[in-house]
Design a protein around this ligand. Structure first.
Ligand code: 5GP
Length: 193
């Protein structure tokens, strides 16, 4: 395969999407974002075809039947997310680098499929306690929802050793620089890009 696949996963609240966006905006490395399909409704500010392909449950089932996914997961009960073959295959054939913002099970699956053509990066919170403090600081979730997110994060952190690299997001700008450097090293290792 000419192109490369960058897989980025993290427990929710660890800044994964912010880090991906920052690296794409800095433009030091040319990344194409793989727009996943999901049956969850768009949030405010999200655009169909940009953040996700927002589709119905029936359309999602049809896409499964048509074998259009590289992988898909029920990330939350009743909420499906899937990486479309069309988002990766042609771009990689053209030699482009595609970045995936994807949950831990999907991340491990894509790494298995693409092997050395893929680099998997796990964004970690400094600690579970710090993650809890951040979630409490956002004040958007009830205490019960925070407990659920923290125990889901503990489960998801169990996947971290299966990733190629781990970056601790203690300070956002540092985490962006470290993640960017890892991607640059993977995509053009022979030069100081
Ligand atoms: P959100 O609904 O907050 O945008 O995303 C929820 C979770 O689904 C995040 O962990 C995100 O990385 C994950 N996700 C997004 N797209 C995909 C995908 O195509 N496949 C899988 N397995 N997970 C995805």
């Amino acid at each position: 395969m000419k192109g490369k696949v960058i897989i980025i996963s993290a427990p929710s609240g660890c800044g994964k999407s912010t880090i991906i966006r920052a690296i794409m905006e800095r433009g030091k490395v040319d990344l194409k974002f793989s727009v996943s399909a999901t049956n969850r409704p768009p949030r405010e500010g999200e655009t169909d075809g940009v953040n996700y392909h927002f589709i119905t449950t029936e359309e999602f089932q049809q896409a499964i039947a048509d074998d259009r996914f590289v992988e898909y997961e029920e990330v939350y009960p009743g909420r499906y997310y899937g990486t479309l073959k069309s988002e990766i295959v042609e771009r990689c054939e053209r030699g482009e680098t595609v970045v995936l913002d994807i949950d831990v099970k999907g991340g491990v699956r894509v790494k298995e499929l693409f092997g050395r053509d893929a680099l998997s990066i796990y964004i970690m919170p400094p600690s579970v306690e710090e993650l809890r403090r951040r979630l409490e600081g956002r004040a958007t979730d009830s205490a019960e929802a925070i407990d659920q997110r923290v125990s889901k994060a503990e489960f998801e952190l169990g996947f971290a050793p299966r990733y190629d690299c781990r970056v601790i997001n203690d300070q956002l700008d540092l985490a962006v620089e470290q993640t960017e450097a890892i991607i640059l090293d993977f995509t053009c290792p022979q030069t100081f890009c």
